[in-house]
Write a protein that binds this ligand. Sequence first.
Ligand SMILES: Cc1cc2nc3c(=O)[nH]c(=O)nc-3n(C[C@H](O)[C@H](O)[C@H](O)COP(=O)(O)OP(=O)(O)OC[C@H]3O[C@@H](n4cnc5c(N)ncnc54)[C@H](O)[C@@H]3O)c2cc1C
Length: 468
Amino acid sequence: MPDAVLLWFRRDLRLHEHPALTAALERGGAVVPAFCLDPRLLSGRHRSGSRTQFLLESLRALDDALRERGSRLVVRHGKPELELPSLAREAGASEVLATGDIGPYARRRDQAVARALAERGLALRLHPGLFVADDPAAIHTSQGTPYTVFTPFHRAWLRAPRRPVLPAPSSVPALPGGLRPGRIPSLAAVGLEPTASDPAPGGEPAGRRAMGRFLADGVPGYHRRNDMLAAEGTSRLSPYLHFGCVSGRELEERLAPGEGPEAFRRQLCWRDFYAHVLRHFPRNARSEHQARYRATMRWSHARREFDAWREGRTGYPLVDAAMRQLQREGWMHNRARLVAGSFLTKDLGIDWRWGERWFMRLLIDGDEANNNGNWQWIASVGVDTQPPYRRIYNPALHQQRFDPDGRYVRRHVPELRGVPDGYLAEPWTMPPHVQEQAGCVIGRDYPAPIVDHLEARREALERYAAAR
Ligand SMILES: Cc1cc2nc3c(=O)[nH]c(=O)nc-3n(C[C@H](O)[C@H](O)[C@H](O)COP(=O)(O)OP(=O)(O)OC[C@H]3O[C@@H](n4cnc5c(N)ncnc54)[C@H](O)[C@@H]3O)c2cc1C
């Protein structure tokens, strides 16, 4: 009988389309599916109540799915480089299989685990499974260098080989006798509270239902509706993709031909692109990709303005709706993320890292590569460079274009519900009697704008020019 294999789950919390699981089962011996609650992730700088809640729900769903197949999830709480070698010894495992990750912390952790295992004569073997392309980092330019511009990366990514999609196993061998499975804790037991009041449910079954619905009804019109804020025109699969409850590779495979599916495939490529970027430029996690802005850019650290932004009290309805959607759902529409990000970094001139960190705290899909890449993109300091003026978004114009009937803004900012359509993007322009009729007096019921957009835009351009 071959030795047991430890299958270390991280953010690949599914049984469908799981290369490491398939490889573990092919060994033909016992398989020990395990998850290690890492205190450095639970309480580190990216800690998040709602994201952790989603994680715990996903672990429960994984445990249920394993039990249905004859096994169960083994849970340990502690540093993986200490817990995994001791679990491997307890289980009689000769190697540990996992899905490779790309972030700086994940790679350092895996190196530490690999060293600790090697001291006991055990190996850590990493498999693909997090991205659409098996290894987005391996895609490179004809000179062998990493890509820093999306469009050529996208072309190369479309040509990159794909492996066949793997089925979920119908059974998984029982755990070796005597192995203590451990328990999936409650959120309170890990010292966290949920931040979102209306979050998406975690787990592979919920992810697969959302994927099925989107493939049937959403994707054909995706290219027409994905920017419309009130339309529910996007997949909302980001938390499931982040935790691997849904496989990007399977999602791509199931796309039919057509304009909607192609536009959606391109968005999936952005995810692989930012993984590629962070893998090759790990220092981006802390500082600007563009060296010219690293030491010279004068970012504001004005607390009052930052608080107004994060609490949705800027006086710009679209920005406020966006920030309140984040509070409520732990998710925000991409167009709203762009406008909120532009407003923080350009209109308020606040350090993009403050916005990045706030998003990481609240977003259930909070993902180091995607969040960092997009924050640097909208702050005009990252890869895929464009002149800063191209990415200064006028919140009122964006609102008129992407929320023309005001449904999104009114949903998230109830004070503005009675404001007539013609004033909704710039409520401060309402004459006093209209404010009274609308039940929305500026300065009493809803704030006056905390900056003048056109003036702030001019100042932002001066700051960027001075920093060069
Ligand atoms: C400032 C800012 C911060 C962001 N932070 C995150 C984050 O922490 N985690 C995250 O997953 N996305 C982040 N995004 C990207 C994007 O907003 C979300 O992926 C998207 O809104 C998720 O909704 P959806 O699943 O309905 O997307 P869909 O439109 O249905 O897209 C499908 C999938 O493609 C990927 N995708 C789409 N757009 C992007 C993009 N611009 N960059 C990278 N991947 C993309 C996501 O995995 C998404 O789930 C951020 C964008 C901005 C502007």
